[in-house]
Structure formats: C-alpha cells, structure tokens
Design a protein around this ligand. Structure first.
Ligand code: UD1
Length: 338
C-alpha cells in the first residue's frame, strides 16, 4: 500500500518513512526542502537499500497534490509538512497560519476529491498549554496555547473534527507528540537543526561536540523535584512506529467517518538536569552547563497519559531515554565528521 508522507524529509517524517517501509508499506515523500536537507534522501537510501520515491514539491498547491494523486494510487496520507519554530511563529504569524492551516485545507479538499479518506495529522502536546492535571489525557481541558505555532496545531485539529462532524468521508487521527528525540540507530538519518538549535537534545549534542560552548538550563526554580522543567521525551523511532499503528488502525475501520486524537509519549516526566546526567552517562563526557533564567513561554511540567493509544492502537514506546540519547549522540558524531 502506498502512503504519501508530506514533509517526509523532515526529522519525524524521515524516520516514519523507515517505519512504514519496515511494516511493508511503500512510502512516497512530498517535501519542498524549504526546511529540510536533501542529504536525508541519501541517508534513507542507505537504510532502505533503494532510493525513496520523492516529489520535491510544495504540498500547499492543489495542482501538485492532484497530480501526485493521479500518478500514484495513494491509500493514506501522513501530513507532517508544516513550519515548527515557536519563536518565528510569533514574529511571522501570517506565514504560519497560511502555511500550516492553508496546506491542511488544500490537502483535505484534494483528498476528498480523489476519494482518499485516510489521514494522520501531526499535532503536538503544545495544544495542552500548562495543564492543571498531570499526566495529561486526551480529554484534559485545554489551557490557553502560548504560541502561534501551537494555535496552528489546535486549529488543524478543529478543522479535522469539523469535517468529520459534517460526515464527510474522512478517516483521520491527530497524534499529539510530546518531545521527540534521538535518531535512527544506523546514524544515517537524524535531526538537522538549522542554525542554533532551540530544542534541548540537539543543543546538548552540539555542546558535547564542541560546536556550542555551553548549555544553559532554562530555570531551576520551577515547582518540580529538582527545580528544572519536566518533559516527556520519546525516541523518534517509537514515535514513527506510532504513525504506522495509527495508519493500520484507520485502514481496518469500516465506518465512512472517523476522527480520533491520541497522545504519543513515554508517559513519564524527565527533568532537564536528569536528561543532562543521562547524556553524560551514555556519552562518557561531562557536559559543560550552567543554570540560567527561565525561557519565556516554557511550562513547568507536561507529560502524557498514554493509556488510550496503548489500549486502542496497541502501541507503546519500546525504547528508553538512554537509547534515544545514545542514538542522538552517535548521529551528532557522524555529522561532525562530515
Ligand atoms: C518545544 C516547543 C513545542 C514544540 C517542541 C518540538 C516551546 C515553548 N515549545 O517544546 O511547541 O512542539 O519544542 O520538539 O518552544 N531547555 C534548556 N536549555 C536549552 C533548550 C531547552 O534548558 O537550551 C529546556 C526547556 O526549558 C524545556 C526543555 O529543555 O524545559 C525542553 O525544551 P525543548 O526541547 O525546546 O522542548 P519544549 O519547550 O518542551
């Protein structure tokens, strides 16, 4: 079966391409490389032992999508293509609304025209804001969302809910990702942040590699056991496999209209300092770090209740944080050698 993966050259997209192929699907990438790197295709080829099928085009265009749907028999779509920088989204809100919401609308319209019902949408734990109750469940009341990026995810989910409520022939799942980290164990693909990384793990691995002088831990006065923020870090290959489980679930459903939301995490809160210590252990290197000010917009703690996805999709994370950090470090070392 052919699965179209928009944003398939990105961090989560490229790992999902591997997981799809391992499960017997044929992934077809649609990615305009505006925020990804063509080197990913070489890495994918090494792992898959063949060139992945790739359209280097923008999925915001109805004519591009129609052509892809005419040329390939597509059984389902996984929609990753979106802008994802929280900071930039606050500076350029229209760019984010236009790209992230616009492309979802065009994709849905074109899928309905071509009788393709199955869709997985990349959502994020950011839709919960700072939850009052932990761990967060899918029906935990949402708190105000802190960024334009977060709004685009929330609105994307609402669009899917509304289209399903109108009984359109759409079978869709939103996956709310917690904090994906790690890399493929082969070190042929991994995260490729442009410029200074915003996210914790790429910053840690770049500091250990000597690219950054020091990690700043953003705040140690949070109401958490060691004062630093708690997050639910999940290995990107586990997250990739959750997409496969979600697609397999949709393909088995007979009803014409389905819409479901699932958390995807480990179900555990890990603090910034715990993550730093674990990294030092797996890499065997002390990490140069200091405690700094809080980062505006950060929430103290967020981690998932993962019982819904375990019960309904039979998926749960298999890899520990140690393994994710080891894979991220191996990937960083390969990158540094090139
Ligand atoms: C961030 C985004 C979130 C997005 C996710 C994608 C914000 C506010 N949220 O989540 O919307 O879906 O990335 O992965 O940007 N930290 C440091 N020092 C650093 C970097 C991070 O101490 O140099 C801390 C942060 O304060 C946080 C934790 O590490 O407590 C994780 O940060 P990060 O990797 O940026 O993820 P989130 O902020 O959880």
């Amino acid at each position: 079966m052919n699965i179209l993966v928009t944003g398939g050259a990105g961090f989560i997209g490229s790992h999902t391409v591997i997981a799809l192929a391992e499960a017997g699907f044929t992934p077809i990438i649609l990615d305009d490389f505006s925020n990804s790197d063509r080197r990913v295709l070489r890495g994918l080829e090494k792992i898959l032992k063949q060139q992945p099928h790739c359209y280097a085009e923008n999925c915001h265009s109805p004519s591009v999508l129609s052509r892809v749907f005419r040329e390939q028999k597509i059984d389902g779509v996984i929609h990753f293509a979106a802008f994802k920088s929280v900071g930039e989204s606050m500076q350029e809100p229209l760019k984010y609304y236009d790209n992230n919401i616009g492309s979802l609308i065009v994709l849905l319209q074109t899928m309905l025209e071509h009788d393709i019902p199955n869709l997985i949408f990349s959502s994020s734990a950011t839709v919960y804001g700072q939850p009052n109750v932990l761990p967060v469940k899918e029906d935990t009341p949402e708190q105000p969302v802190a960024s334009v990026y977060g709004h685009t995810k929330l609105i994307g989910e609402e669009i899917l809910r509304d289209v399903a409520a109108a009984q359109k022939p759409l079978k869709a799942i939103s996956l709310r990702y917690f904090n994906p980290i790690g890399a493929h164990p082969s070190a042929h693909i991994g995260e490729l942040p442009l410029g200074v990384p915003n996210n914790l793990v790429p910053f840690i691995t770049q500091t250990a590699a000597g690219i950054r002088p020091m990690l700043t831990v953003f705040g140690q006065d949070y109401p958490t056991p060691d004062g630093t923020c708690l997050r639910d870090y999940i290995h990107v290959m586990d997250l990739a496999e959750a997409h496969v489980a979600a697609m397999q679930y949709l393909l088995k459903q007979n009803g014409p209209t389905i819409y479901e939301v699932f958390n995807v995490g480990m179900g555990r809160g890990v603090s910034v300092l715990e993550l730093v210590k674990t990294f030092e252990m797996v890499s065997g290197k002390p990490l140069n770090h200091r405690i700094g000010e809080r980062r505006p917009g950060d929430v103290a703690a967020v981690y998932a209740d993962v019982s819904k996805i375990r019960t309904q999709l039979g998926w749960s994370a298999k890899r520990e944080v140690e393994e994710a950090l080891r894979d991220a470090w191996r990937w960083q070392q390969c990158l540094s050698q090139h």
